[in-house]
Design a protein around this ligand. Structure first.
Ligand code: PMP
Length: 357
């Protein structure tokens, strides 16, 4: 359905219609110029050849330094998406299951299907402010649970898992023999400080990237921090699939790391203004939603709504959103990505409110 909405939005644009696109988690802000410049310089210096399947040494060392691990724990990947898929395919076999608090990013479920394992969701809802029921989580994990996937801040709710719950989830999973894969792609730009998986050592796994916190979605660079033997297996998989992330892109990313606090602060500041503006427009409606802990997304609920129908019809009013069904069993919800400038956000949300059934 997400694909259908994107396609229809493009068709309408081709017919000359203006569509305010709240359907994509792809920020409108440009990649910081110093990153672009560093990549350009790297191209000019000939960093245009095959490179290490593990990632450039300098980048791995800098990431290792930031995370307090060895560079042998770090593998650079073609986006964090590929890191997630690699880990699924290396760690899971038929008969295994993976446990994920829902709503969840669409790709997790598709990747689990692709590797042929059961995808078990722990349902949460807005009425309990997206809290995770730790007892229910415990009950979902059995001897075939190989992985638990945590995503804090979460796409699509923008909620952070509180420290106590995060710690409990890691402990329960590990005590039962499951590893935690923590997708922290929104952590560096979060409004609320999230707990980090590496605080528990490298027996569990971190996946992170440059797409969101460095505005580099199209560059396709991410990474994993995992125990060393698993890192070697990931490198091998890179060798037989993607070969490497282009070296010049890695030098762009490396430059970004030098300035990471400033870049993250800028993104946070811009998106806080947007989130506040959106919050004030939506507060006067019948939608149920909770204040975002992080930039990018709002995930409101309208009781009785068929969000697939709503998202399709809303395109005729010139606004694109993602229906809640793309993120699990959430038909009455839809996701608004605040990845447009503030004036478009206000205009788009007003149109959206008018179109509500
Ligand atoms: N994890 C989450 C939760 C995401 O929302 C996304 C992108 N939408 C990704 C990972 C993938 O990001 P990347 O561009 O690094 O592959």
């Amino acid at each position: 359905m997400l694909y259908e909405i994107s396609e229809k939005a493009i068709q309408l644009e081709n017919q000359g219609k203006k569509i305010i696109k709240f359907n994509l988690g792809d920020p409108d802000l440009p990649t910081p110029p110093e990153i672009v410049e560093a990549a350009y310089q790297a191209i000019k210096q000939g960093k245009t050849k095959y490179s290490s399947a593990a990632g450039e040494k300098a980048l791995r060392e800098e990431l290792a330094n930031i995370h307090g691990v060895s560079k042998d724990n770090v593998v650079v990947t073609t986006g964090s998406k590929w890191a997630i898929y690699s880990l699924f395919s290396l760690l899971l076999k038929k008969g295994d299951n993976i446990v994920v608090p829902s709503p969840h990013w669409t790709s997790y479920e598709l990747a689990a299907k692709q590797v042929g394992v059961e995808f078990r969701v722990l349902k949460r809802d807005i009425e309990s402010d997206w809290k995770i029921d730790v007892e229910k989580f415990d009950q979902l994990i059995d001897k075939n649970t190989r992985l638990v996937l945590l995503n804090s801040p979460n796409n699509p709710t923008s909620k952070v898992i509180d420290d106590k719950t995060f710690t409990e989830l890691v402990k329960i999973a590990n005590d039962k023999g499951a590893k935690v894969l923590s997708d922290e792609v929104y952590a560096d730009i979060s409004f609320v400080k999230p707990k980090r998986i590496l605080e528990f050592g490298t027996d569990n796994m971190l996946v992170d990237g440059f797409s969101k916190s460095f505005l580099m979605t199209g560059w396709r660079i991410g990474y994993a921090v995992v125990e060393k033997e698993l890192a070697k297996k990931m490198v091998k998989l890179n060798q037989i699939t993607t070969t490497c992330v282009p070296a010049f892109i890695q030098y762009g990313a490396l430059k970004g790391l030098e300035d990471r606090k400033r870049i993250a602060d800028n993104i946070r500041t811009t998106f806080k203004v947007r989130a506040d503006a959106a919050y004030s427009v939506l507060s006067n409606t019948k939608m149920k939603f909770s204040k975002p802990d992080a930039p990018f997304y709002l995930f409101p609920k309208v009781d009785g709504l068929d969000s697939e129908r709503f998202a399709l019809d809303l395109l005729d009013s010139g606004v694109a959103v993602a229906p809640g069904t793309a993120f699990g069993d959430y038909r009455e919800y839809f996701r608004i990505a605040l990845t447009r400038p503030e004036d478009e956000i206000k205009e788009g949300l007003e149109k959206l409110c008018e179109a509500l059934p």
